[in-house]
Design a protein around this ligand. Sequence first.
Ligand code: TIU
Length: 224
Amino acid sequence: AAAEASIDAEPSPTAITATTTALLVIDMQRDFLEPGGFGESLGNDVSVLRTAIAPCSQLLSACRACPGLLVCHTREGHRPDLSDLPRHKLMQSPEGKRIGDLGPMGRILVRGERGHDIIPELYPLPMEPCVDKPGKGAFFSTDLETILRSRGIETLIVCGVTTEVCVHTTVREANDRGFACVVVDEACSSFFPEFHRVGLSMVKAQGGIFGKVASVASVVRAVR
Ligand code: TIU
């Protein structure tokens, strides 16, 4: 298992050590991946996001099998009293389908509801931290940085949804905080395939301005 290994990434390889590396699985929640949730309430077809599930599952299995490698999950959502919900975010969805409204999976994007939780295929194990975040970035208003620093994490392998929103925002936040990021192409997805493609191009342009991009296969090879 990756005592020291290299991920074949673009624009250049990334050296990793298992004990200073974390897999960060972003927002693989029913609210984004199943009909009747937050993603659909914003006018999106959720089916395209589901292409990321199998690749995320492959990554998760490989990383769980790598001794010392931290697996961490995030969920976007709000307090039941909606006291952490900005008004503009509330007003983004049409009336009746707003955050906090009752949908087929419970109250939309509210913590503790069925729709807010991680899909069963990728459900966190008891010892895997799951960070609840009110925003798009996983560092804003959360203890993710504390969790990563206390473990001495230096590199993040990032997957989840959506590429240009929560994945991008999180990677930008992480990069500025000194974490090297590797975004895993097929294990991320967007409601807009073009945004996925261009989003990843943005990450790896200019010598890797926010991070690097790798395939599932190259990450699996490195952690084996
Ligand atoms: N998790 C995440 O990306 N939240 C979003 O709201 N994404 C959209 O693309 N709307």
